[in-house]
Design a binder for this molecule. Structure first.
Ligand SMILES: NC(=O)c1ccc[n+]([C@@H]2O[C@H](COP(=O)([O-])OP(=O)(O)OC[C@H]3O[C@@H](n4cnc5c(N)ncnc54)[C@H](O)[C@@H]3O)[C@@H](O)[C@H]2O)c1
Length: 308
């Protein structure tokens, strides 16, 4: 049987390790030629290394075709260079997987503007920069698949991650727009909120929680258990589905993926309201009506606590 992605060229950003490396391998094993993009930065975005070469070597060893690229997704020039690499070295661009990113966690009162900016640049701009460069080609050839990477962080409001959550929810909005703009040209754009055991998630706190929850001896055992339950390889099959013709109708959607589960999110909708069409409400009246009909049963997600 022919491989599903034979003849296709794919880019995976941040594919030197973690989820991106698993994505690149999966696409290559289904026949796509893959640009493995990654400047190999540390968990906080500093430094550089040649992890992209490691993924390329693994793909070649497994019989696939891949080239490395070390540009940053965080700049306009970087985004353009990544797409150019696919076109010049592999002959085109059909599948774009935006996955790259790093963290700078702080609360809203301790985060510096620079820390906020860096994370928005790598995640939200990182998606815009590559999509902007790939879209004219995909539109012209009337086929393309764009898979973006959001996170549960913004959906649940993860403490200490305003920059990351803002960027990741921005990616959801961007996905809805790009899907609508490019859909008529045979290009789909969807997003995933993945969960996997990588250096991003295997922090001391997480491992010690897992150890406690599962009654394990230490962090080493917790790490093994976490990887067994939620390896990055658990995420990547969704790419093959979203690239398939069976998913041509799946556009501007968001999926929850991890640990063997693939779920479709609903789209936001108004769940309760009061209305006086075309009239300006008196504020006192609105307060009464809101409490009575819309917000009265809500619980504060972070109730007031006595000062320490
Ligand atoms: N691991 C999870 O459970 C989880 C949960 C939600 C979202 N995500 C998202 O999934 C994606 C992959 O995360 P991961 O867990 O594999 O993390 P990871 O740290 O293992 O991998 C991220 C990769 O992105 C690369 N990268 C960083 N800055 C880059 C830049 N400017 N240009 C190109 N590449 C760059 C890094 O070098 C790294 O190899 C990220 O977008 C992350 O936010 C992960």
């Amino acid at each position: 049987m022919a491989k599903r992605l034979e003849g296709k060229v794919a880019i995976v950003t941040g594919a030197g390790r973690g989820i991106g490396a698993a994505h690149a391998m999966a696409l290559a094993m289904h026949g796509a030629k893959v640009v493995v993009n990654d400047p190999g930065v540390n968990r906080d975005g500093t430094g550089s290394s040649n992890v992209a070469d490691d993924t390329v070597a693994a793909i070649k060893k497994a019989g696939g075709v891949a080239v490395a690229n070390y540009d940053s997704v965080a700049t306009t020039e970087g985004g353009e260079a990544i797409i150019k690499c696919a076109v010049e070295k592999l002959g085109g661009i059909h599948i774009l997987v935006n996955n790259a990113g790093f963290l700078r966690d702080k609360t809203c009162w301790t985060m510096t503007p620079e820390e906020f900016d860096l994370v928005v640049k790598v995640h939200l701009y990182g998606h815009f920069n590559t999509i902007r460069a790939a879209a004219p080609i995909m539109r012209q050839q009337r086929w393309g698949r764009i898979i973006n990477t959001s996170s549960e962080a913004g959906a649940i409001g993860n403490f200490g991650q305003i920059n990351y959550s803002a960027a990741k929810e921005g990616i959801v909005g961007l996905t809805r727009v790009v899907g609508r703009e490019l859909g008529k040209y045979g290009v789909t754009c969807n997003a995933i909120r993945p969960q996997a055991a990588t250096r991003m998630t295997m922090t001391e706190d997480v491992l010690s929680n897992i150890a406690n929850m599962m009654g394990l001896k230490d962090a080493k055992e917790a790490e093994k258990a976490f990887i067994a339950m939620s390896a990055p390889e658990h995420i990547s099959p969704i790419l093959i589905f979203l690239c398939s013709e069976e998913a041509a109708n799946v556009n501007a959607r968001v999926f929850n993926v991890g640990g063997g589960k693939f779920g479709l999110y609903n789209e936001p909708e108004v769940i309760a309201s009061v209305e006086k069409a075309g009239q300006v409400w008196d504020a006192e009246e609105l307060i009464k009506e809101m409490v009575a009909k819309v917000t009265g049963n809500l619980k504060n997600v972070s109730p007031v606590q006595p000062p320490k």
